[in-house]
Ligand binder design. Structure first.
Ligand SMILES: Cc1cc2nc3c(=O)[nH]c(=O)nc-3n(C[C@H](O)[C@H](O)[C@H](O)COP(=O)(O)O)c2cc1C
Length: 221
């Protein structure tokens, strides 16, 4: 798989096959992802990988708990302009149509959203924390590392879903994996497994802005 294919074939997968993931594959990916760049070479990502019983137990705790208060961090800051909310609305409409969920079916939408907390049936979860002392530049480093991981997973035939929804249970997760709440923020979970290629929710059209509306080119001949 070349790099363009790896990037293009990564998509958020929300239905997984019941097929275990070998530790060696995950280790190869994470070993390679250590070469991700970071400002000042801080490498501020810290992660725990769970499968089997520890993962089942975490999912059970999350599905039985309400969201934590106060929040770990603002997943969606207030005042996001409508143009961005429209982007969310557009892709969500495609996703809900693929899942056969009607616009006004609040119960089905809630049930679908609760599947976040069982990581959509993925057999492996990557749980990423960041030292509290780090700021926005380092958060972006962790984001780059996460994307590097997701693209490398494609090289192993694996799929993923980043899960910031897990931050609703950040403290519970840190307690479960033995990370200090005092020193660390929980940033993001990630579902890892093999995609169900036939599931409609893994195959809907993903919408993006046209390149020229977000990137300007200057000084080219
Ligand atoms: C940092 C991050 C966190 C995300 N958290 C969630 C999540 O909690 N639940 C979920 O279903 N999707 C989550 N997503 C997936 C996005 O919804 C998805 O990337 C976006 O809709 C574009 O679709 P695509 O990844 O299939 O191209 C997250 C994506 C990113 C980058």
């Amino acid at each position: 798989m070349n790099i363009f294919e790896a990037v293009a074939s990564r998509r958020t997968i929300r239905q997984y096959l019941d097929k275990p993931v070998p530790l060696e594959g995950i280790r190869r990916v994470l070993e390679a992802a250590q070469m991700a760049p970071s400002g000042c070479n801080f490498q501020p990502w810290e992660a725990t990988v769970l499968t089997g019983e520890p993962l089942r137990a975490l999912h059970e705790k999350m599905t039985k708990s309400g969201p934590q208060d106060p929040v770990e961090y603002d997943i969606m800051p207030k005042g996001i302009p409508q143009a961005y909310m429209d982007r969310l609305g557009e892709i969500t409409a495609h996703r809900m149509a693929a899942e056969g969920i009607g616009r006004d079916d609040a119960e089905a939408r809630m049930a679908s959203s609760m599947r976040n907390f069982i990581s959509f049936g993925a057999p492996v979860n990557l749980l990423t924390c960041i030292p509290r002392v780090m700021g926005p530049p380092q958060w972006s480093d962790v984001g780059m590392w996460l994307q590097t991981v997701m693209v490398l997973l494609r090289g192993e035939g694996l799929d993923s879903c980043p899960l910031e929804s897990f931050a609703m249970h950040g403290r519970l997760i840190k307690e479960h994996i033995g990370v200090s709440d005092e020193s660390h923020l929980f940033f993001c979970g990630m579902a890892i497994g093999y995609r169900d290629p036939d599931a409609p929710m893994n195959n809907y059209t993903r919408t993006r802005e046209p390149l020229d509306s977000v990137v300007k080119f200057q000084g080219f001949a």
